[in-house]
Design a protein around this ligand. Structure first.
Ligand code: CAA
Length: 391
């Protein structure tokens, strides 16, 4: 393979949590008019992790079907992207490497830049595969989005993991070389090491996102990217699904196009189905948008898709992928619908109890209650070590 051959997403699988909280239940508790959630931010429910789920169990559950299908012989790198890291030193991906029985001849690292990390992981993976096309890279985006109870961000929480196998001659999406980049030092959303919940300036974060859309699109053009009208659809980072609509309207306006409602719906409408019921999954969100699009669109063969990945703080990237002929045979549509449908509804009190859980930092034995029915569980802490079990 030459350096110009196609590299991209060969397989994509996602997992989400054991529990789900409906926005009706949240609205009933806090007295919000439900239209604000359903229409104003475009959210219907949020995935809620069980006491024995975390970014590792979600990541392993997302990646296991990929390993079952393709084996692990060619995977020499695992890149785990997350905002909700569980250790300051050890990469969460090492637990996943162990749970999935990956080969020891493998490098495993964790990447962080709020919700953008998985896109950096994807681009780094492409570079590695271009260097040696026999190798595959397992990219995992896994996050639990957690804001303070009773804060404006609470209604945008969620959790999910997306696993992607990056390889030469991919079966799903070829990622193109041109990429538009944007970095700005802004304090729109952040989480100091001593906090389990994110801090956010909500209105500032929306403006920072829109600025980043402009900046990354401008650079994309300067790097020789495609023109706007060439794209069949656009996968945006979706902290709440209405944000994708706002962002696309902003991009059309910035690029000098009419902001026709039907055009925007055509560009975005099929990308929001999973994020609207899962909630914000930070790094995973833009790739959940891709899963929803591929699962629902009639036929995207050879059509370019635009991606806008945004991570507060902030870094953004606009890039393009082309859908590979025959991709429909490689989708996991049924499994994707099943992981969403299998979640058990939790009432507001149950959600609040899960939200308030924390572990003593005393190094003692702190087992978690057995709640998840997923393939992996976080069994608790002992001697400051996290214990995981595969079923
Ligand atoms: N029916 C229909 N619509 C209604 C309504 C009703 N009854 N009541 C209110 N609305 C609409 C409002 O008009 C508003 O619409 P517009 O944005 O189009 O004006 C929308 O509902 C939201 O209302 P508010 O702005 O008043 O809501 P809020 O003050 O609660 O804040 C928020 C919304 C800022 C998104 C808040 O949820 C938040 O802080 N979320 C977390 C931060 C976030 O997600 N930021 C996104 C950009 S940053 C990013 O992308 C990175 C990341 O993942 C965090």
């Amino acid at each position: 393979m030459s350096n110009n051959s196609a590299v991209g997403i060969h397989d994509l699988s996602f997992a989400t949590t054991e529990f789900v909280l409906s926005h009706e239940a949240l609205a009933e508790y806090n007295g919000t008019e439900i239209g604000k959630y359903h229409i104003g931010i475009g959210q219907r429910s949020m995935s809620v992790p069980a006491a024995d789920e975390d970014i590792v169990t979600l990541a392993a559950a997302a990646a296991a079907p990929i390993i079952a299908k393709h084996g692990n012989e060619r995977i020499r790198t695992v890149v785990f992207a997350t905002e909700s890291s569980i250790d300051q030193a050890k990469a969460a991906g090492i637990y996943v490497h162990s749970l999935l029985g990956l080969q020891s001849a493998c490098r495993v690292v964790e990447l962080k830049q709020a919700c953008y990390g998985a896109t950096a992981a994807l681009q780094f993976a492409i570079g590695l595969v271009k260097r040696d096309p026999d190798q595959q890279v397992l990219v995992i985006a896994s996050d639990v989005s957690k804001y303070d109870l009773d804060s404006p961000g609470e209604s945008t929480q969620g959790a999910a993991a997306v696993a992607m196998l990056v390889s030469a001659d991919p079966a799903l999406v070829r990622i193109e070389n041109a990429s538009g980049l944007f970095t700005a030092d802004v304090m729109d959303f952040w989480r100091p090491n001593y906090r389990s919940t994110a801090l956010v300036d909500g209105q500032e974060s929306v403006q920072a996102y829109l600025q980043a859309v402009e900046g990354s699109w401008k650079d994309y053009g300067e790097q020789g990217g495609r023109t706007l009208e060439q794209f069949a659809a656009f996968c945006y980072h979706q902290p709440f699904t209405k944000m994708a609509y706002k962002a696309h309207r902003h991009l059309l306006n910035y690029a000098g196009f009419d902001t026709d409602k039907d055009d925007i719906e055509r560009a975005i409408g099929q990308t929001v189905a999973y994020n609207t019921v899962v909630g914000n999954s930070y790094t995973a969100s833009v790739y959940l948008a891709l899963a929803a699009l591929l699962d629902q669109a009639d036929d995207l063969t050879d059509r370019p898709i635009g991606f806008l990945s945004y991570g507060s703080g902030s870094v953004a990237e606009f890039f393009a992928g082309t859908v590979v002929p025959g991709y429909q045979q490689h989708l996991r549509t049924e499994a994707n619908l099943e992981v969403i449908a299998r979640r058990k509804p939790v009432d507001y009190a149950g959600y609040r109890e899960l939200h308030e859980r924390s572990f003593p930092a005393d190094g003692g034995d702190h087992p978690t209650p057995a709640q998840t029915t997923g393939p992996f569980r976080f069994a608790g802490l002992s001697g400051h070590k996290r214990l995981y079990q595969a079923r």
